[in-house]
Every structure is written in C-alpha cells, then in structure tokens.
Design a protein around this ligand. Structure first.
Ligand code: GTP
Ligand code: MG
Length: 162
C-alpha cells in the first residue's frame, strides 16, 4: 500500500497534570489540561519486495513500537481504493497480537468519485474487521475527513488519560 502509518503516544499526559496542579496551587495560573502526545511516523512497509534483512528490521521496529509504554493507539493509513494487501494483513496481525487500538484512515478519497467512497470504506472495513467508528475516509488533498480523524485521535488520547 502507499500509505505510511503513524502511532500516537500519550506518555506525558500524567506529567502535564502534575505540573498544572502545582502551578494552580502556587500561582493560580490557569493551565491547560490538554494531554501532551506525539506521533511516530513509520516508514511505508511494502516489504514483500524488500531484502530479508530489511524485512526483519521492519518487523522488529513494528514490534518495538507497539510495545512502547504509553502507546495510545495506531493510526493506520490505508489507500481507500485497494483491498488490504498481504503486507496489510501482516500489519493487522501485529496490531492484533499487541492489542493496539486502531484508527484506520482510509486515504486518497479524492481519487474516487464521491458515490464510491462509502462503499469502498465499508468493503475495506469489513475485510479488516473494523467497527464503523474505527475507519475514517480521508483526503490530504481536499481535507475530507481530516477534522473527524483529528477528533477521533483526540478521543483516543482523552480516554487514555482518564
Ligand atoms: N491525491 C492524493 N494524493 C495523496 C494523498 N495523500 C498522499 N498523497 C500523495 O501520495 C504520495 C505519497 O504520500 P506520502 O505521504 O509520502 O506516503 P508515505 O506512505 O508516507 O510514503 P513513505 O513514507 O515513503 O512510505 C505523495 O505524492 C502524496 O502527495 C491524498 O489524500 N490524495
Ligand atoms: Mg511516509
């Protein structure tokens, strides 16, 4: 597939809460309680064509990433136009094995006529066994679904912090 995938982590959420309670007490400074988080952008896989060494390296990178303390979930970028590839299935297995929460961003919606987008989304979602609210049709070109994706990520991060 042509999409990479990113993983959000929320390791510093508690630190932010600790800091703000201190400043609240000492100086009555209004503080933001927004949890801090960041994204890791993993390289695209396509490793069916890569050397054995690179495949092993990539598998380790994924395993280590999914094992990170404070990992909130994975944003999995999948091209809306294509059914999941063998590599996608391998990634699905890794995500399932690690018990990672997944948001699927079904990308490049601008490349499909409007009428086909939801149909394709349902097909991909069903092939991957994802719930309706786990898959979001997006386009970096038109911005379709980007606000919704942002909100879904915020929700994941918020849930992790409670
Ligand atoms: N039309 C369209 N093109 C897109 C969209 N998203 C990404 N692209 C294009 O697809 C190509 C690849 O995008 P990248 O974001 O580099 O993909 P990637 O999977 O991160 O690539 P690697 O990190 O190299 O594996 C670029 O030419 C982007 O401009 C989209 O929503 N619509
Ligand atoms: Mg990339």
């Amino acid at each position: 597939m042509s999409g990479g995938w990113g993983v959000g982590t929320g390791g510093s959420g508690r630190d932010a809460a600790d800091r703000s309670s201190g400043s609240d007490r000492d100086a009555h400074v209004p503080t933001s309680h927004a949890p801090a988080f960041y994204f890791l952008d993993l390289p695209g896989y396509g490793y069916a064509r890569a050397s054995r060494g690179r495949r092993t390296g990539f598998r380790r990178l994924v395993a280590r990433t999914l094992d990170r303390e404070g990992l909130v979930g994975a944003v999995w970028l999948l091209d809306l136009r294509h059914d999941p590839s063998v590599d996608d299935r391998t990634m699905q297995d890794a995500l399932a094995a690690a018990g990672t929460r997944v948001l699927a961003a079904l990308t490049k919606s601008d490349k499909l006529p409007r009428g086909q987008r939801l149909r394709r989304a349902d097909a991909v979602r069903e092939l991957l066994g994802l719930d309706a609210d786990q898959a979001i049709v997006t386009s970096a070109r038109t911005g379709e679904g980007v606000a919704e994706l942002r909100e879904a990520i915020s929700e994941l991060v918020r849930e992790e912090g409670t």
